[in-house]
Design a protein around this ligand. Sequence first.
Ligand SMILES: Cc1ncc(COP(=O)(O)O)c(C=O)c1O
Length: 258
Amino acid sequence: MSLFKKCNEFTRADDIKKLGLYPYFRPIEANEGPVVQIEGRKVVMAGSNNYLGLTAHPKVKEAAIKAIEKYGTGCSGSRYLTGTLDMHVELEEKMAKFFNAEAVLLYSTGFQTALGVLPTLVQKGDYIISDKDNHACIVTGNLIAKGSMVEMVRYKHNDMHDLEKKIAKLPYEAGKLIVSDGVFSTGGEIVDLPHLNEVAKKYNAQILIDDAHSVGVIGKGGRGTASEFGLEKEIDLGMGTFPKPSHHLVDLYMVLKE
Ligand SMILES: Cc1ncc(COP(=O)(O)O)c(C=O)c1O
C-alpha cells in the first residue's frame, strides 16, 4: 500500500474543511450566470468562465435540447471513427467561415486540443517555444511532445526581447512553433502579438495562439486576438474553448489559418 501512504497521511484538506474555508468542489444547485445558488443561498459568481452569460441563454439552451432530441446524449464513438455527426461538420464549416480560416477541428475540451495538437504537429527535431505563463494544457502538451524528443524552449512572460534572444540560437531551417495564450488565463494581459509576429517571421517560425479567453471577447465581432491586432492572416494556428465564453456545447476548436 505504499502507493496510497501519502494519501492516507494527507490531512490538510480536512483541516481546512473543519475551518469552513475549503473552496473546492462546492456543488452549485442553480446556475443563472452571474448569480448561482450554493447551500440554498443565492450568491454572485465572480469566478466562473461564463462571462458572456451564454450558458443559460434561451437560444443556446433550445439548440442543445434540439440536438439531444435528434442525436441522444453522446456521439457513440470517437470523432475519427464512428463519432462524427453531421452537426460537427456543419459547425466546423461555419466556424472556419467566421474565423476566416482554412479549416476548423472540434475537440471535446481545450485541454485535449493542446494535448492533441502539440505532440502531433511538433516532432523530433522541431522546437516548441513557449511563454512561461502559458496555460497548463500547453505546458502538459509540451511535456508530452518533449517525451518524443521535441526541444522545448521557454521565454519570459510576454517578453519579446527574451523570445528573440532564445529563438535566435535555434537553427533557422528547423521546424519551430511559438505558442502563447492570447489573453493570459492567470494575469489577463494580452499577448504582444505584433512584436511576436515580427520575431516569428524573422526566424522562420509558426505561431499558435490559445484564444480560450479571447474568443467572444476581443477582436472584430469577438474573433479573438489576431483579429484584435488585424493579424488574422499572420497566425498559423489558433485554439479556443466553448466552455469559457459560452460553456459546453461541443466544447473546443482548433483553427488552421491559410
Ligand atoms: C488559456 C486556456 N487554454 C485552455 C484551457 C483549457 O480549456 P478547457 O477548460 O476547455 O479544457 C483553459 C482553461 O481554463 C485556459 O484558460
